[in-house]
Design a protein around this ligand. Structure first.
Ligand SMILES: [Zn+2]
Length: 193
């Protein structure tokens, strides 16, 4: 298989059981070191529930990201600007940032906005100072395409994902493969970033 980041030929690492039923092949790219699943044919099923039920860290993570983003925005960005939380899930982060006083908007084609109602992003809004997108990169089947989409909103991105440990862990030795929900398909390293 060709690497979804740099198009080099990948080497197969192992097969793992995804969603308790699919034997999915995982590959590593010898050029950019992206670890990736084979072309993910199981995503429709994986996203039947877009916020997977095993994600018990959602609230704590959003509080932590809000604390960090607040500091970065304060020191490095125009805090009077407009901000967009891309793939913003239930809108928890947008809500937290609005409560702090930042003009944040929400966008997510797959999830219902529960906490930041009336602050959905729409194209007519003026330029966006910064896009935040947390725990989305590992979901990207076409990272280059997705990152290009984000860069159309703003040249600034704050994002989070877990980089793959070295040596590459076995399927059951790293929770972040997310075998039980099947939504994580791309695993990055500092090199490919
Ligand atoms: Zn590559």
């Amino acid at each position: 298989m060709k690497c979804r980041l740099c198009n080099s030929n990948c080497t197969q690492l192992f097969t793992a059981k995804v969603l308790s039923k699919y034997d999915v092949k995982y590959f590593s790219c010898p050029n950019c070191f992206l670890v990736q699943t084979e072309d993910p044919y199981w995503l429709e099923e994986a996203y039947a529930n877009p916020i997977n039920s095993t994600d018990i860290g959602l609230l704590n993570r959003n509080i932590e990201f809000a604390e960090k983003a607040k500091i970065l925005i304060y020191f490095f960005f125009n805090k009077e600007g407009k901000f967009l939380d891309y793939a913003g899930g239930y809108g928890v982060f947008t809500r937290l940032m609005r409560d702090i006083g930042f003009d944040f908007y929400w966008q997510d084609p797959f999830t219902k906005n529960l906490f930041a109602k009336n602050f959905e992003y729409d194209e007519s809004q003026s330029s966006i100072e910064l896009v935040t997108t947390f725990e989305s990169f590992e979901h990207f089947v076409n990272p280059i395409e997705e990152i290009s989409k984000i860069l159309k909103f703003s040249k600034n991105i704050i994002f989070s994902t877990n980089v793959i440990p070295k040596p590459i862990p076995k399927p059951n030795d790293w929770w972040y493969y997310g075998l039980e929900h099947g939504q994580h398909v791309s695993f990055y390293s500092k090199k490919n970033f």
